[in-house]
Design a protein around this ligand. Sequence first.
Ligand SMILES: C[S@@+](CC[C@H](N)C(=O)[O-])C[C@H]1O[C@@H](n2cnc3c(N)ncnc32)[C@H](O)[C@@H]1O
Ligand code: SF4
Length: 376
Amino acid sequence: MTNRHQVNSLYLHYPHCRHLCNYCDFFKSVPADFDQARESFQSKLERHWELQAQWFEKLGYSFAPLETLYFGGGTPSLWDYTGAQWFESFMQGRLTLAKNYEWTMEVNPAAWTEKGLSAWEALGVNRFSMGVQSLDARYLKVLDRVHSLDDVEALLTRMKGKHFSVDLMLGLPFSAEWKRDLKFEIESLIERGAEHFSVYILTVKNNYKHFKELPSDEQIEAEFVLTSDILRAHGFDHYEVSNFAKAGARAKHNIRYWQGKSVAAIGPSAVGYLAPTGHRYKWKGQQDEFEIEELSSEAIELERVYLSLRLDSGLVDFEKGFSPEQKARYQILYQGWLNAGWINLNSDRKDLCLSPAGFLMMDSVIESLMKAELIK
Ligand SMILES: C[S@@+](CC[C@H](N)C(=O)[O-])C[C@H]1O[C@@H](n2cnc3c(N)ncnc32)[C@H](O)[C@@H]1O
Ligand code: SF4
């Protein structure tokens, strides 16, 4: 079969960490022997690549030069110099980079070496995502983070002049009692050159060790809206529910997910997606096998609605094709959301675009659209 569809994005999951944070649900472990764990991970990647290539061939997909690569984890900065050397040979005959590619690596502030980062940069990494979480040492301790504020300082110094994003977490235990100073944290990071922020609300189960110390939903909403206000006042676009960027600094890789484009994936627990056929696949944690979910055309369309609402561009031309009755129902819903402050005031009604407060209410917006039979 000829390869009709091209894939030009790749996610790679690196599964090891130096230490485990008490809230994290990602697939990861702290190996007893890092050298041995690295070798076995690298063999796994070779096997994943081979299995993925066979399946792609069957479905009619093939790799084009990569426009985006994302190394997530776990803590991919721990892959270090030896990993960069190995990956250089892994790329031979398998992967090439497109002209204006974006290649992001997640870095834990306490898990990198100069030799390692320089080797990855020499290979092509041109964007970093730092797991800072907070600039207040009390929260780092509460979360069992392995890094200190000195580690953040050293990493920020290392990254001066580079393209980098910062991960921050909201809704942290004790943040109401301790009166978290988000303005100070965010402005300090902007001053040090952050051009992109990913802001995640802490998500945990009710058996979490600090569950009782978590702030209320109202306090979390206030933190989220405040974060958005501060970043927007500094010229960042709130371009996706959890993501903020200066002009030209939006994460190209992640945008491909939100636009429903193909992203291949290797590494334990990594999830890939193939468009237009709608195949989602997830590598199992331990075995070298992946599970496949084949999305129906209705499921693809519903996902398009969900993903579009996450972005500042919203549901473009949403009204197009509505009957007069549907338009009337939409108008009523829209007015209600406008009154509640859920609509981006710079947008037009024909493109349904949510405000920062509206992003938090996305599920409720979608439920109303379904009930009004405006989406299936
Ligand atoms: C794989 S981690 C980032 C890289 C590196 N492992 C680190 O933590 O520094 C990706 C991000 O997910 C976020 N995260 C992890 N678990 C979370 C949770 N339970 N709730 C909210 N955000 C979470 C953290 O902000 C973290 O930086
Ligand atoms: S370092 Fe990152 S991946 Fe590892 S446990 Fe902490 S949040 Fe999870």
